[in-house]
Design a protein around this ligand. Structure first.
Ligand SMILES: C[S@@+](CC[C@H](N)C(=O)[O-])C[C@H]1O[C@@H](n2cnc3c(N)ncnc32)[C@H](O)[C@@H]1O
Length: 294
């Protein structure tokens, strides 16, 4: 991201701390629906996508409209990276935390080359009922693809009703101990406060087979600082426990942690190899990969 864009982005984020929160607004939904109807009429490939507000909710790099191509392509590099590094295979058992509408899982569902298909299992977990409802209807093969509602609360995602917000609720992944080949998330740990993050690291450790990998995208505070990405789009000037947060009103809008916190938490929970790697898959070096082996 160049500095000029980062400044514009920083200014935009000051007034809209989370584009996800915009996606719950009825006027925004309506405008997106009208725009979407035209685009889906013109381009048949776009018809497999959910409505615009759901695409915006899971992140479209500030492309509030006409983000169809972005959503269809999102995830290709991600899977190539996972398969080429041997972190999963076509018959793997996979858990995705913060699965959204199944944008990443769609590539597994659609994979078909010379008779080879995905034969493993995929469990997607999310807090947002509307996203989960869409995913359940889009992934009809219940023998391979299942979805689970997380009871976590968030002021940025899901119900967001202050009355429903309960802190300290934990999520148990609906899988047996030592049963999964991969647990991953993309852009979830960047929205989690400490308790929920710790809960998911513990649960990932529990369900993974020995030797299997957990891979999560994270914001690492000092990496952002070192790469000059702190101060324009992200400032992370507030603290909540070990979390560096962007907005006090929407604490989950963007959350960063120090590398020492992330590394020591994963090691304490039991992971053997713990690695933090700058994620340049998107060419922005904003997020990093937290990759841990059980
Ligand atoms: C930035 S979106 C990314 C979605 C998806 N990973 C993708 O790339 O399309 C973050 C997702 O995490 C979900 N989420 C937020 N807090 C969560 C929590 N505590 N547990 C599970 N999912 C959560 C949101 O509802 C949203 O779908």
């Amino acid at each position: 991201m160049n500095l000029r864009n980062a400044r514009v982005d920083g200014f935009f984020r000051k007034y809209v701390p989370s584009t996800a929160s915009l996606s719950y607004n009825p006027i925004f939904k309506l405008v997106g629906y009208v725009n979407d109807s035209v685009m889906k009429l013109l381009v048949p490939e776009f018809r497999s996508l959910p409505p615009n507000h759901l695409r915006v909710r899971v992140g479209v790099g500030n492309k509030l409209f006409n983000n169809h191509a972005h959503c269809l392509l999102s995830g290709f590099n991600f899977w190539i990276d996972l398969f080429s590094n041997g972190r999963c295979a076509l018959d793997s058992s996979i858990v995705e935390l913060g699965c959204g509408y199944g944008r990443k899982a769609a590539h597994l569902k659609n994979y078909s080359i010379q008779g080879d298909e995905f034969t493993g299992s995929y469990l997607g977990i999310d807090v947002d009922d509307e996203l989960l409802e869409y995913a359940k209807n889009a992934f009809t093969d219940g023998s391979k693809f299942t979805f689970q509602k997380s009871p976590h609360s968030s002021r940025t995602y899901g119900s967001r009703d202050m009355a429903d917000l309960v802190e300290g609720v934990t999520c148990r992944i609906e899988c047996h101990d030592d049963s999964q080949d991969l647990v991953y998330s993309t852009s979830l740990f960047t929205h989690l406060l400490e308790e929920e993050l710790k809960n998911y690291v513990e649960e990932s450790y529990r369900v993974l087979k020995p030797g299997a990998v957990m891979q999560m995208n994270v914001f690492v505070y000092e990496f952002l600082h070192r790469s000059g990405n702190l101060g324009s789009r992200f400032k992370f000037k507030h603290r909540k426990g070990n979390a560096y947060i962007e907005s006090l009103d929407f604490p989950e809008a963007a959350v960063a942690y120090s590398s020492i916190f992330l590394e020591s938490l994963c090691a304490e929970i039991g992971f053997s190899d713990v690695e933090l790697r700058v994620d340049d898959v998107y060419g922005e070096a904003l997020q990093s990969f937290l990759i841990c082996t059980k």
